[in-house]
Design a protein around this ligand. Structure first.
Ligand code: HEM
Length: 269
């Protein structure tokens, strides 16, 4: 059940959908952790480390989700999103929306060495997202900009709902453990994709650093980023292990109206 599909075309779609679904759950838990950090008079090193770890997992999910070639993206994924809405954009991902303000608040409340790794992990994630977007859309404008919109701003609810439905997300009232279970399941699916291949099945592209993130000609490199790209399964297991064992700080219970991603839904492949 956790094995990836066999054909190359199916796998591209699978990675785009499962990768996004995993990111939604991860961003949700990350937002809760950052909220705990910003509300604490003195955040614990464990909570700061947990948030940094989740940003690095988010970085990996950008690489995994966007691991198709530019041609495959433009033949298969971009048209599907454009058919859904001409200005289709990641800005409509509601689980991501609170993150930038929470990071800014954490930096403001706790400047300096204590939050340095967290801020670095957050910046790394932003950088990798833009590098993936640049690699997949090397020339021309994003769908958002090509439709006459500028990035930034709060998207209307109906576009957030459209985005959810494109990624087969059904939101409902569930407990925190259910969110964790769904997230761990998707991280496990991704780890299976990266480690398991039926004999004879075509070898897919591994998640790799986009050109803009590779070591520059003077040999400068972000070692953590290189490690994320070279050992993706370690990043996935490390995140899943902490989530499943409840090592990460206890997060306050969600509001009853809060929703969660991927409830009983599978990508249609
Ligand atoms: C796994 C998650 C994500 C992946 C793989 C991803 C990848 C991409 C790609 C490939 C593009 C180019 C889109 C096009 O074809 O026109 C893009 C653009 C963009 N993404 Fe994401 N994205 C993700 C999540 C997000 C999120 C959560 C946000 C929230 C801020 C976001 C904001 C944007 C924006 C604003 C653009 C347009 C940039 C511009 O107009 O220059 N993305 N992203």
């Amino acid at each position: 059940m956790l094995a990836p599909p066999c054909t190359a075309d199916q796998l591209i779609r699978y990675r785009w959908w499962v990768g996004h679904q995993a990111a939604f759950g991860l961003w949700r838990v990350l937002a809760e952790t950052l909220t705990t950090i910003t509300q604490s008079p003195s955040p614990s090193p464990a909570s700061l480390a947990a948030a940094a770890r989740m940003f690095d997992c988010s970085t990996l999910l950008y690489l995994y989700t966007g691991s198709c070639t530019t041609a495959q993206y433009n033949q298969q994924l971009r048209p599907a999103m454009r058919d859904c809405h001409p200005a289709f954009s990641g800005e409509w991902a509601r689980d991501f929306t609170p993150l930038p303000a929470l990071v800014q608040k954490a930096r403001h409340e706790f400047p300096g060495e204590r939050t340095a790794s967290l801020m670095e992990a957050s910046r790394r994630s932003v950088r990798v997202h833009m590098a993936v977007a640049d690699e997949l859309v090397p020339e021309g404008l994003s769908l958002l900009q090509a439709s006459g919109h500028r990035p930034g701003g709060q998207p209307p609810r109906h576009l957030q709902a459209l985005y959810d439905s494109f990624f087969l997300v059904d939101r409902d009232r569930v407990c925190r453990q259910s969110v964790t279970m769904q997230l761990v399941r998707r991280l496990t699916q991704i780890a299976c994709d990266l480690t398991h291949r039926d004999p004879g099945a075509p070898a897919p592209r591994p998640p790799a650093l986009p050109p803009a993130c590779r070591p520059d000609h003077e040999g400068r490199t972000d070692r953590v980023l290189t490690g994320i790209a070279e050992r993706p399964v370690d990043v996935l297991w490390n995140t899943a292990r902490h989530l499943a064992k409840g090592h990460d700080p206890v997060v306050p219970a969600a509001e009853p109206s809060e929703r969660q991603p991927g409830h009983e839904q599978e990508p249609s492949l």
